[in-house]
Design a protein around this ligand. Structure first.
Ligand SMILES: Cc1cc2nc3c(=O)[nH]c(=O)nc-3n(C[C@H](O)[C@H](O)[C@H](O)COP(=O)(O)OP(=O)(O)OC[C@H]3O[C@@H](n4cnc5c(N)ncnc54)[C@H](O)[C@@H]3O)c2cc1C
Ligand code: SF4
Ligand code: SF4
Length: 1012
């Protein structure tokens, strides 16, 4: 059982006395959060690797001073320490039985930005994510950027990039993290704070002592360092003794020795980064990308040496396995269209490899020349230039999503991360790939290949089943053989992702015992008690340990698995329940803080527990029986898992934006439904919000009276108590039922005029019937007869509100009833479309209805889904083909000529996640032209009933008010002359409560324009 002992501290009741004492000391001394409960520790037991090691506890320091104090206390208690940033490491170096110090929530300061013509610098604290640093530099108009660009820039932190010496696609031009770090303000293993950098030995005796010691060690092993360190552009195996030797070769003395290069790539084993002084470079004036397609990976690799002579900023390779995975992903499938097709084939499937060749140039003219140079270097190859910012961003999104995308591929075999980081001289890349493929094929499997081809770093993920002992033995054989092959080709097995648990055991094979001894001496100098991230780089396990403490066998003999469960969803679109539960690979894309929507609750809390990854982990652990210390089968009622799921808004952003298609909204509904199946009782408020249609229907009988009663203090207090509403949240007013107001003549028209139907959702029908009527008017003017299926007392509901509270049997019953009502319209070819005004209802029909185990045959549900559209989308698709075909173009011409309609559009999360904002913005931009603004807003924070809940109201408002993408600051800043359009009823309500602005449904705006 988890207890809250101090306000900032949670512990397990059965914690060992030593851990309990440590937790208490930390809790008493720190302003930040101290979490020693089993559940919290489990959530930090994984990174993006195959490993799972439960930490001793978790500390989330509030600031730099808190971090230093945490280190001191751990040192006093002789407790091992694992510093952590985004936790996106691929080699397992961010998993350990240690106290995790998570810098990513509290160490977020950026200060002292110095900008000059040729570059500049700033100090950034350890938890700052790279994208956030660069966003700030852009916003503050410095014209500078911080260059390291691992694929994970959205979620990787300064501390983690230093820890891994991260390098990305553009390292051929800008180098690795080590090349962009000027100084590091750090804490030693005892909590002594010092600043390392050139000349540090003059300022601090401890820095001098360290520099002296390192110099001695490097001198002692100098011949071996020269002989055994690879000469590749990338090397991230062991400590960077080569970079220290380089300084000594240049005559630098210990007083001036820069120890930052040693910390870069040290995987948290030498010191804890608190802040770093970052070198900033001018943003290039012109950027462009040439996408080149090939019929084979070998052809693509053969093209690389020639391309390198043109001085690109990046040359990246992806293969057909990655392209196939992208085609399966909602967000990425559109980006694939940018790839040029092979001569004589329009089929994307025929592409076997694509090279991304990028240039950063001082002028547009220079860029044009460089792009022309690609065609000259590759005559006859299909090339497409991309020079617009959104086009380039989309292409890079696909490249960066490469690894996580593969996890969504169906089948038991997954693209496992263990030989993904080899670096060889680019001229030997072709040979390396051929021989690598032979090794993998000999083991009876295949692999996905992609590469930072420019620097010879090849990211390969062989497909293996982590649950199969045979495949895991193959993993070990492949790991050893490939490391040997890399060495033979003049390269190294850790190019940029580091050693961790997966390649640490191969270090001795690569460097020999003497250099391993040198590493141990360096470690002893910095961390004599061996407290910092023990077992990484120094004293790693033997080769067999590669297979130990993995997610599939966290303890010897323990094999957690997803049990057979009679689920409510089929999971056919996710390759089964088993796969859905284990789909999260930990890459942490859901920890991005700007752009898109995922994950609103993480953005507002900055808490791993409330990220998609936290929930994915919690669900996996609970369902595989690991959420309690005794590990007894699936724990559907585990209170900590329920708490972790509680702040999920079911916004579905993860379904659209998580590259591995993790769909927490669905899993949360399933988990809750399984809990009810085991005997748990839904709360009254869950039952009430789930059956909102009944309440709305009752309220709409006498809406004036119901609204007046709802405003009286006593009635509101009762409603608040029963439905757990927050007192500051306004209630949505009832309106007269849409059925009562619907023009009778058009109700069930049987005329030759084209027919459409409006889906009578619970809100349009009983709360906002004026929107339904606006839709009817617009459709009538366009020449349609519009049906309103159902009747006041027998109208159908999509089930969204019951789905979101996990009442899945009720949802299934509702769906079967509603679809029976809609059946005549579905089967009647004269009815052209069923139109939705509320995106969350359409998402139910197009998504949940197809996957829930309903009685209604799937074919009928599919037919309905194919016939169902958002009304704006339908109007756009048939723009000049409506019966009254000239009407919309004429309205557009008028609106744009008179220019009176500046409009800000905010789209509903479900819409953004499943079909994109374009399903509303395309129509509005046709009509309004440049008067339409579509800011990149995230979730509004309301999410159905979520924002009403008294315990979630503050979070709901915090989400709406997020500085990066919150709709509320945008709505407040919008001019009085600007119209705010929001597609969801919840969003409109949130904008009213949070920004005091009335927002329109897009169809109301069009209705107004038609009336003008
Ligand atoms: C899909 C995917 C793609 C990737 N692509 C790349 C790539 O292109 N290039 C690349 O280099 N890497 C890549 N990585 C690996 C990883 O994302 C990067 O190395 C990243 O920089 C790690 O940052 P992080 O904040 O997540 O670090 P974490 O994983 O949290 O930590 C990394 C290491 O640094 C240590 N550490 C963290 N914070 C501190 C601190 N404050 N003080 C001391 N030590 C600390 C940790 O103990 C750990 O050993 C990729 C990972 C994934 C999942
Ligand atoms: S939920 Fe998705 S985005 Fe987040 S870590 Fe897991 S796989 Fe990555
Ligand atoms: S549904 Fe939304 S809130 Fe829930 S985990 Fe996914 S992105 Fe986060």
């Amino acid at each position: 059982m988890q207890l809250t002992v101090l306000p900032n501290q949670t512990v397990d009741a059965d914690l060992s006395p030593t851990s309990a004492r440590l937790a208490e000391a930390l809790g008493r001394s720190l302003a930040g959060r101290v979490r020693f409960g089993h559940h919290d520790r489990q959530l930090y037991s994984t990174d993006a690797s195959i490993y799972q090691v439960q930490p001793i506890g978790v500390v989330i320091p509030a600031n730099v001073a808190d971090m230093v104090r945490a280190v001191e206390i751990c040192a006093e208690h002789n407790a091992a320490i694992l510093p952590r940033g985004g936790g996106t490491s691929l080699a397992g170096q961010c998993t350990a039985h240690a106290v995790v110090l998570d810098a990513s929530a509290g160490l977020l300061g950026i200060s002292d930005i110095q900008a000059g013509a040729g570059g500049g610098s700033c100090w950034a604290e350890a938890g700052v994510a790279l994208d956030e640093l660069n966003n700030l530099l852009t916003r503050s108009g410095t014209g500078l950027f911080f260059p390291p660009d691992p694929s994970t820039t959205a979620q990787a932190t300064i501390g983690g990039c230093i820890g891994n010496n991260a390098a990305g696609s553009r390292s051929v031009k800008y180098g690795r993290t080590v090349d962009s770090i000027l100084a590091i303000d750090c804490a030693t293993a005892t909590g002594h704070r010092l600043t390392l950098g050139p000349g540090a030995g003059h300022a601090d005796p401890i820095a001098l002592k360290l520099a002296d010691g390192v110099t001695r060690i490097v001198r002692a092993y100098e011949p071996l360092i020269r002989q055994r360190y690879p000469k590749t552009l990338r090397r991230n195996a062991g400590y960077a003794l080569d970079l220290i030797l380089k300084q000594l070769d240049a005559g630098i003395t210990p007083h001036d020795l820069d120890l930052c290069p040693l910390l870069c790539g040290s995987e948290g084993t030498l010191a804890i980064t608190l802040r770093a002084k970052c070198r900033l470079l001018p943003v290039p004036a012109a950027k462009g990308l040439a996408l080149v397609s090939f019929a084979s990976v070998d052809d693509a690799i053969a093209a690389v040496p020639g391309i390198l002579t043109t001085s690109p900023s990046a040359v990246e390779l992806i293969d057909d396995v990655v392209i196939e995975a992208a085609l399966n992903n909602i967000e990425c499938r559109g980006y694939v269209d940018a790839f040029p097709r092979l001569p004589g084939s329009a089929r994307i499937e025929d592409l076997k490899a694509v090279l991304y060749i990028e240039y950063h140039e001082p002028s547009a003219q220079a860029l044009t020349q460089k792009l022309a140079g690609v065609r000259a270097a590759l005559p006859g190859a299909p090339v497409r230039d991309v020079t617009d910012a959104p086009g380039m961003a989309n292409a890079w999104k696909l490249r960066k999503a490469g690894e996580p995308l593969l996890h969504a591929l169906p089948g038991e075999r997954k693209p496992l991360t263990f030989v993904e980081d080899n670096a060889v001289p680019p001229e030997r890349l072709g040979e390396f790939v051929r021989r690598f493929r032979q090794i993998v094929e000999r083991e009876g499997t295949r692999a996905a290949f992609w590469a930072h081809a420019s620097v010879g770093v090849l990211h390969v993920r062989p497909m293996l089943d982590p649950h199969s002992p045979k495949d895991m033995e193959a993993l070990k054989r492949i790991a050893v053989e490939v490391a040997d092959l890399a060495k033979e080709c003049g390269g190294v097995m850790s190019g940029e992702h580091g050693d961790g648990k997966v390649r640490g055991p191969l270090l001795e094979r690569f460097y020999g015992p003497e250099l391993m001894h040198a590493f141990a001496q360096v470690k002893a100098l910095f961390d004599p008690k061996g407290l910092l991230n023990p077992g990484n780089i120094v004293a790693p396990g033997n080769v067999d340990s590669i297979l130990q403490r993995t997610r599939t066998e966290p303890q010897p003999g323990q094999h957690p698995h997803v049990p057979h469960v009679e689920t409510f969803y089929t999971y056919d679109d996710q390759d089964g329940f088993d796969h859905a539960v284990q789909a999260c690979n930990g890459a942490g894309v859901c920890r991005k803080q700007s752009g898109g929507t995922m994950c609103p609750s993480y953005r507002a809390t900055m808490d791993e527990r409330h990220s998609t990854r936290g929930r994915g982990n919690a669900l996996r652990l609970a369902i595989t029986g690991q959420s309690s210390a005794d590990g007894n089968g699936p724990a559907w009622s585990d209170p900590e898992t329920i708490k972790t799921l509680d702040l999920c808004l079911s916004c579905k952003a993860c379904k659209g934006e998580c590259p591995s298609n993790v769909d927490i909204a669905r899993l949360k509904a399933e988990f809750t439904a399984q809990r009810y199946r085991q005997g748990a009782r839904p709360t009254i408020s869950a039952l009430a919000t789930g059956h909102v249609r009944i309440l709305n229907r009752l309220g709409s009988i006498m809406p004036g009276l119901a609204n007046a009663i709802g405003k009286t203090r006593s009635a509101r207090a009762v409603i608040n108590a029963i439905m757990r509403l927050h007192p500051r949240r306004t209630l949505p007013p009832f309106s007269k039922s849409l059925y009562a107001l619907w023009p009778r003549a058009t109700r069930h028209a049987r005329t030759p005029t084209p027919r459409v139907a409006i889906f009578a959702d619970c809100f349009t029908t009983y709360n906002e019937s004026h929107i339904g009527l606006a839709a009817q008017r617009v459709l009538e003017k366009l020449g349609y007869h519009t049906d309103l299926p159902g009747s006041n007392w027998a109208g159908g509901c999509c089930g969204r509100s019951v789905i979101s509270v996990g009442l899945l049997p009720s949802a299934i019953a509702m769906i079967d009833t509603t679809i029976a009502q809609l059946r005549p319209l579905i089967e009647d070819d004269a009815v052209g479309a069923i139109l939705f005004l509320e995106p969350s209802c359409l998402s139910a029909v197009r998504d949940d209805w197809l996957e829930l185990k309903c009685q209604t045959p799937l074919a009928l549900r599919q037919r309905l889904a194919e016939k169902s559209y958002l009304i704006e989308d339908f109007l756009d698709r048939h723009w000049d083909k409506h019966p009254n075909a000239t009407l919309l173009p004429a309205v557009a011409a008028r609106a744009q000529a008179s220019n009176p309609y500046p409009v800000v559009l905010h789209a509903h999360c479900h819409q953004k996640a499943l079909w994109g904002t374009g399903t509303s913005s395309r129509l509005l931009s046709r009509i309004l032209g440049t008067n339409l603004r579509t800011p990149d807003t995230g979730c509004c924070g309301m999410a159905g009933s979520f924002g009403y809940d008294r315990e979630k109201f503050d979070l709901s408002m915090a989400i709406g008010n997020l500085p990066n993408g919150g709709i509320l600051p945008i709505a407040r800043a919008a001019g009085a002359h600007e119209t705010i359009c929001a597609t969801g009823t919840s969003c409109r309500h949130q904008i009213k409560d949070g920004a005091g602005r009335a927002a329109l449904h897009p169809i109301q705006l069009i209705d107004q324009l038609l009336a003008d």
